[in-house]
Write a protein that binds this ligand. Structure first.
Ligand code: HEM
Length: 527
């Protein structure tokens, strides 16, 4: 330490302390005072150290994610239980006991980067597995279905849930007119809404959440034979949620509650774990449902098709740097290794387009795969070159294929990615299949699967949320949908909202099925 001429203490390099340098590597003599004409100024523009330091600070922020802005990540590994060679040629599933490095980011969807952890919201559950055949990103949520059936509606659902454009509130809350207006005009969202109004949307911590790939994917074996698959992460600790009044208090007292929980657990060696389960089925089985397995607002009930555990994910290390890893990680549904393929789910197809685009916008360069958290951990070779921030360029003269020098990487039809050769013969149209038309049966099934206290929580959440809606017509439209899901639920919410008379149940494109058991009569939130 030495004392500057203003009497202030300066820390100086001594012993093993490295000398501070500029970004150009030049050693710095004084990091406390700008270069001035005399001790009282003015400052000199020649002070390159000051300019570089402030310039860099001014550019520290990158755009937050357009959705899932608030998130928290951790490193770990995926361990395969048994060989799945019978179903897939994906290398990570060939050998029992194989461990593959992984990075996970949990998130809320609607809130900004600085919002509170316990918001009533969907949680993102995005997993990047660094396989020997490239990165596999399973970009899922903690809810097995989604609000919309077609990706073209994604900007609308997200605009509606985010703060309203004129007033810029409410922050990170679905309790407002825009959201419920959109939802009440979008009956396909009813199943998801039941989940979002349930305790699932206020998990106790990330460690007590399930994760779902949502869409139907395909596994392809060595002969490119296809098996449909749904992916489900099940937490070893089981499922736990908080109730709304706990969530409100926690948000006030500690908005970082979920972050802190994951940090504390991992730092104390209490590594959280999830089992990866699959529901496997073929086309004949898919055809036996009265819903479409390509419709992301539907799930395959576990009672009908039991999930099989195929491996486990263990999170055992926090990132060294939050920005470098958790903020810069770029998940993309289109990152799949050979042996895993997409289905024609129209939401998945849209996502496969969207993520590359959004990463370019957010990270600013087509070379975002050069950032260590995004780079594959297997050997890779291609002729992509140049662009902003290029860290790797082709070495030598050859940067194209084919070339007569026999240089550089070549394709390998045997080991490379091959799509399932599905036969499709259909007109080009903007239509939705009839098989996507039933919006109430699974919403009702979910409501009926809940215990009476859980059903009460759903009714209370709906009442609370809709009580914030100013336009009576929106509340009525919502109650009209609820009546199609469960009459007692609709009637209770209407009563609690002070509606004088019940609206007519919403027109349903498909008559709701009444062969499903009705829920116990409810006077849900009386006490
Ligand atoms: C981000 C899941 C639908 C566009 C994310 C993230 C998750 C996720 C988990 C956060 C990734 C992270 O932690 O960095 C899902 C699920 C969906 C869905 C499960 C439906 C089943 C869609 C659709 C679109 C979309 C339909 C667009 C067509 C985006 C975008 C981001 C994002 C633009 C921000 C990515 C970034 O900046 O890193 N999504 N999403 N998502 N999603 Fe989705």
């Amino acid at each position: 330490m030495i004392r500057g001429n203003g009497g202030e203490l300066h820390q100086l390099a001594e012993g093993d302390t490295p000398v501070m340098t500029t970004a150009q590597g030049g050693p710095v003599a004084d990091d406390q005072n700008t270069l001035k004409v005399g001790p009282r100024g003015p400052a000199l523009i020649e002070d390159f150290h000051f300019r570089e330091k402030i310039f860099h600070f001014d550019h520290e922020r990158i755009p937050e994610r357009v959705v899932h802005a608030r998130g928290y990540g951790a490193h770990g590994y995926f361990e395969t239980y048994e060989s799945l060679a019978k179903y897939t040629r994906a290398d990570l599933f060939q050998r029992a006991g194989e461990k593959t490095p992984a990075f996970v980011r949990f998130s809320t969807v609607a809130g900004s980067e600085g919002s509170a952890d316990l918001a009533r919201d969907v949680r993102g559950f995005a997993v990047k597995i660094y396989t020997k055949e490239g990165n596999w990103d399973l970009v899922g949520n903690n809810i097995p279905v989604f609000f919309i059936q077609d990706a073209i509606k994604f900007p609308d659902v997200i605009h509606s849930v985010k703060p309203e454009p004129d007033r810029a509130f409410p922050q990170a809350a679905s309790a407002h007119d825009n959201f419920w207006d959109f939802i009440s005009l979008t009956p396909e969202s009813m199943h998801m809404i039941m989940w979002v109004m349930s305790d699932r949307a206020i998990p106790r911590s990330f460690r007590f959440m399930e994760g779902f790939g949502v869409h139907t994917f395909r596994l392809l074996d060595a002969k490119d034979e296809s098996t449909f698959v749904k992916f489900i992460w099940k937490p070893k600790l089981g499922l736990q949620s908080v109730v709304w009044n706990e969530a409100v208090k926690i948000n006030g007292a500690d908005p970082d509650f979920h972050r802190r929980d994951l940090w504390d657990a991992i730092q104390s060696g209490n590594f959280p774990e999830w089992e990866l389960n699959v529901q496997l089925f073929d086309q004949t089985f898919a055809d036996s449902f009265d819903f479409d397995v390509l419709d992301p607002t539907k799930l395959i009930p576990e009672e009908i098709l039991k999930p099989i555990p195929i491996g486990r994910l263990v999170l055992d290390r926090m990132p060294d740097n939050f920005f470098a890893e958790t903020e810069q990680v770029a998940f993309m549904t289109q990152n799949v290794p050979p042996g895993i393929d997409f289905s024609n789910d129209p939401l998945l197809q849209g996502r496969n387009f969207s993520y590359l685009d959004t990463q370019l916008k957010r990270l600013g360069s087509p070379n975002f795969t050069h950032i260590p958290i995004n780079a594959p951990k297997c050997p890779f070779a291609h002729f992509q070159q140049d662009g902003h921030m290029a860290m790797r360029n082709p070495v030598g003269r050859t940067n194209y294929q084919p070339n007569s020098r026999g240089e550089g990487p070549r394709e390998d039809p045997a080991r490379g990615f091959r799509s399932f050769a599905e036969q499709i013969d259909a007109p080009k149209v903007r239509l939705r299949a009839e098989s996507f038309a039933d919006h109430y049966s699974q919403a009702r099934q979910f409501f009926n699967s809940q215990t009476v206290p859980e059903q009460k929580h759903i009714a209370m959440a709906l009442t609370f949320e809709l009580s914030k809606v100013e336009a009576p017509v929106i509340r009525e439209r919502m109650v009209a949908h609820l009546l199609n899901i469960d009459e007692a639920l609709g009637a209770t919410v209407a009563d609690k909202l002070g509606m004088e008379k019940l609206p007519k149940p919403a027109d349903a494109a498909v008559t709701p099925r009444d062969d499903l058991p009705a829920s116990p009569a409810l006077s849900i939130i009386q006490n």
